[in-house]
Design a protein around this ligand. Structure first.
Ligand SMILES: CCCCCCCC(=O)SCCNC(=O)CCNC(=O)[C@H](O)C(C)(C)COP(=O)(O)OP(=O)(O)OC[C@H]1O[C@@H](n2cnc3c(N)ncnc32)[C@H](O)[C@@H]1OP(=O)(O)O
Length: 174
């Protein structure tokens, strides 16, 4: 499939960040209350994202009943959230903390409850603060994706970006 987002003609140089875990190793949670990866989130996907080779990461997610759109298949928003998480983690391989600016998802096939979703993401390019990332999901056969995603993440200064929200976030905890 062609990219529906405009990749830069030439990427800024990218190199694998020295602190990123080796292939097969988990990447540390970015926030324990995160809906996508947090262990302490009251409701969430609890994705464990694993570093791959180069600028790639992967994760697996069992599609549980509460993730249902229906009937019998995953909700599109849940799949999008899973993509957001894995796409947003991939830029850590180049040492870039990011937030989602643009995210597009193509839903190719229904994803039944009970299936194990395999998610793979890869950083394609960087241009100034923009990081271009693509992802795909399959149910065991990488040649047969059930969904794909393309996204632009923007590099941020983590402390500054979230400075105004941290207290509110603490207050909204259950
Ligand atoms: C380990 C972590 C895993 C995380 C997974 C979960 C990730 C998330 O869900 S994050 C939460 C959702 N996202 C957000 O809340 C972000 C909200 N948006 C923002 O804060 C701002 O719009 C932000 C930071 C993206 C950009 O604002 P700002 O810092 O002022 O940068 P700005 O100058 O506007 O844009 C920088 C570049 O990005 C581009 N850009 C900004 N928004 C977009 C967009 N929607 N689409 C395409 N390009 C964009 C700009 O054109 C600019 O490009 P260029 O270098 O070519 O001029």
């Amino acid at each position: 499939m062609e990219n529906a987002f405009d990749l830069p003609a030439v990427s800024d140089p990218m190199s694998r960040h020295p602190k990123i875990p080796g292939p097969g190793e988990p990447i540390r949670l970015h926030h324990s209350l995160c809906y996508g990866c947090g262990d302490d989130a009251p409701i969430g996907l609890r994705l464990k994202v694993i570093a791959g080779e180069g600028f790639t990461v992967s994760a697996q997610m069992v599609v549980e009943q509460w993730m249902q759109g229906g009937p019998g298949v995953i909700h599109g928003g849940v799949l999008t959230a899973a993509f957001d998480e894995i796409l947003g983690t991939a830029p850590l391989t180049i040492g870039a903390p990011v937030v989602t600016a643009h995210l597009e998802v193509d839903f190719a096939k229904p994803i039944p409850l009970g299936s194990t979703l395999h998610l793979d993401a890869e950083v394609l390019a960087k241009e100034r603060r923009k990081v271009f990332v693509r992802a795909s999901a399959h149910l065991g056969d990488p040649e047969n994706p059930v969904a794909t995603a393309h996204s632009i993440f923007v590099e941020i200064d983590l402390k500054k970006h979230f400075a105004a929200y941290r207290d509110d976030a603490a207050q909204s905890r259950p």
